[in-house]
Design a protein around this ligand. Sequence first.
Ligand SMILES: NC(=O)c1ccc[n+]([C@@H]2O[C@H](COP(=O)([O-])OP(=O)(O)OC[C@H]3O[C@@H](n4cnc5c(N)ncnc54)[C@H](OP(=O)(O)O)[C@@H]3O)[C@@H](O)[C@H]2O)c1
Length: 345
Amino acid sequence: MKIKTGILGCTGAVGQKFITLLQNNPLFEITELAASNKSSGKKFSDAVNWTESNPIPEKLKNKIIKNCKPNLDCKLVFSGLDSAVAGDIEDEFANAGYIVISNSKNHRMDNDVPLLIPEINITHLSLLKSQITRRKSGGFIVTNPNCSTVVLCLSLLPFIKNNEIEKVIVTTMQAISGAGYPGVPSLDILGNIIPFIKDEEEKIQSEPLKIFGKIKNNKIEFAKIKISALCNRVPVKDGHTLSVSIKLKNKTTVDKLINQIHKFKSNNKYTSPKKLLYYFDNPGRPQPSLDVNLGNGMSVSVGNIRNCNVLDFKFTALGHNTIRGAAGLAILNAEYLIGKGFFNK
Ligand SMILES: NC(=O)c1ccc[n+]([C@@H]2O[C@H](COP(=O)([O-])OP(=O)(O)OC[C@H]3O[C@@H](n4cnc5c(N)ncnc54)[C@H](OP(=O)(O)O)[C@@H]3O)[C@@H](O)[C@H]2O)c1
């Protein structure tokens, strides 16, 4: 039997992506849709400004949107809530016994909340023991990292194999859909670049340290990488592109790093891509319009790894912000939680 699933923030950019991605998922069935007072009480098709390229699933068109109160008929909620309200609402659901998988920033750095990219830090699920004890309801929160952080951390995987990263300088070129719907006004972004995204640099500079941290005495000992991030909003619909330079502790070569990328294998989760990382020798790739949907939007592309005159290596990375950076990753996290038995408790 499929797991009954609710979508908090069902009308937003991330909420709509959950609805699209869950249509054919064999493990989860959407039984509840919830959003703000503006939308609750309305049929989904009347409340939403649907921006996905596929039509609204027939069985959800007439579904009535509810308030984000923990009286929904489901075990799991995926949250695509605005961060202005997500913190308290997600706590209420977790305290009432729901499993909450969040895309918002609010609980990411909480001591007992895993900030999960399962291909990197699945061991951080051990933090849930103390969170479940604290909440006393059986419920808990797992969070996704910031969307650019996800792309950056996956692109760094080949560099940490048998090595340590000391410094990272990353410049992001982030898609408009990263700002939600309706997001950035068209007059501000068409033919333009906005060299600032509120709080984004801080998230990209801090979250990887938790993600690459090691569990010691049931706490995370943060990684000691120095990261400097510079963030830009660019007129691209989907896909965050990153220019990255890094300094490593030990020497290695471009060929070894590229070989390492080809070695990453797929795992058996339904939402996992066949290839976690794609590599492009072509210095003109990856590009959002050509490569953002590789692996159904769940792969990250890396291009043109080369030596750097200032640090050691530099390259380009690209990932889909609402799929690998949000809804797709949240679904993958839920699949791992099933695999680890968290839905049997
Ligand atoms: N977009 C991305 O690429 C991306 C990637 C990673 C993480 N995130 C994070 O994911 C979250 C959602 O992002 P988004 O881009 O989908 O934003 P969005 O398009 O602005 O959607 C926000 C959602 O929150 C709901 N909401 C707003 N106020 C509410 C309230 N008081 N009570 C209940 N629901 C309320 C909205 O419902 P109404 O329509 O009823 O107002 C809407 O469904 C944010 O925290 C964002 O930072 C986004």
